[in-house]
Design a protein around this ligand. Structure first.
Ligand SMILES: C[S@@+](CC[C@H](N)C(=O)[O-])C[C@H]1O[C@@H](n2cnc3c(N)ncnc32)[C@H](O)[C@@H]1O
Length: 289
């Protein structure tokens, strides 16, 4: 990717005020919450992402008239999808640890909330402010990867789900990212090195079924899906830029190498040879009656 394409240097922005390397751990402590919110919306709009999100919601499944909790709702991308599925008789409750992202979600969900009951509130997934059995299903989409204690969050989701209801998790798995680039060794070093430093468990996706079972859920099912991009979608471009920026921050490469790495994708895209795939795993378990 050239600077001309991005308008400015891509490897030196978005410093965090919080010291955990994963910015989603504490979005409100970051200096670039606006960019984070935009990237969630950009991902939400990306057709291949929307398809795999909706395939997961069908897999759960989410039915008309149900009460659904989404933990880690961010700007409300999934809340808006869910509203269409539960309809006028249903209810969606979205919680998030970030008040700033919730403010954006309130604005972005205003129109949808005319047709479906939507409540958005600040809460930590590890300590949900709801009575036991309140929801037909509790979901967390690309959230478990970011939390400090995944089992505690999933146990909380199970607690607030009614007997016979479902707990559903969907996550990327950064052990399974394939991307075309002229410098394979550099790409491997940078992608793996960043994922290992940012996430406690970069293989979060493949661990979701085990997590559901550990939380006591039964009839656990798995849906493996793939995000595929052959044109360098805006969200993918931002994803690669963030990887480059962090690789510099972690001392994996210097800034000129990171710039050269990004420029390598421009060549591949120009040759119409760009491919990025990223595995997503969706797992659903049932709360025993
Ligand atoms: C990558 S975003 C996913 C947002 C949304 N589910 C989506 O797919 O668009 C992760 C979200 O989880 C939230 N989050 C992280 N840790 C959390 C926690 N312990 N409790 C609640 N939300 C949390 C973040 O603030 C962020 O909004």
């Amino acid at each position: 990717m050239s600077r001309r394409e991005t308008g400015r240097s891509t490897v030196a922005r978005g410093p965090a005020r919080d010291d955990h390397p994963d910015p989603w751990r504490a979005a409100d402590a970051q200096t670039n919450v606006d960019e984070m919110a935009k990237s969630l919306e950009a991902r939400g709009r990306t057709p291949a992402q929307a398809r795999l999100r909706r395939r997961f919601l069908r897999f759960v499944p989410v039915e008309s008239g149900e009460r659904i909790l989404e933990v880690g709702c961010g700007t409300g991308v999934v809340v808006r999808d869910l509203a269409g599925l539960v309809g006028r008789r249903g209810e969606i409750v979205g919680v998030d640890a970030s008040r700033q992202l919730l403010d954006r979600a309130r604005a972005l969900c205003r129109e949808t909330a005319r047709r479906t009951r939507i409540r958005l509130r600040a809460a930590d997934g590890a300590s949900l402010p709801f009575a036991a059995g309140r929801f037909d299903a509790a979901l967390a989409i690309t959230v478990i990867l970011h939390v400090a204690d995944p089992l505690r969050v999933v146990c909380e989701m199970a607690r607030v789900t009614r007997p016979g209801g479902r707990v559903g998790l969907q996550d990327q798995d950064f052990g399974v990212v394939a991307v075309t680039h002229p410098d394979r060794a550099l790409t491997e070093r940078l992608m793996r090195g960043v994922a290992e430093r940012v996430y406690e468990e970069p293989h979060s996706g493949r661990r979701l079924p085990g997590l559901l079972r550990a939380a006591g859920l039964v009839n656990v099912r798995l849906l493996t899906d793939v995000y595929q991009d052959t044109t360098l979608e805006p969200w993918t471009k931002t994803f690669l830029e963030r990887r480059a920026e962090r690789a510099v921050r972690f001392g994996l490469v210097d800034a000129p190498t990171a710039e050269r790495w990004l420029a390598g994708f421009t060549e591949v895209v120009a040759a119409e040879a760009f491919v990025l795939t990223l595995n997503y795993y969706g797992a659903v378990g049932v709360k025993a009656r």
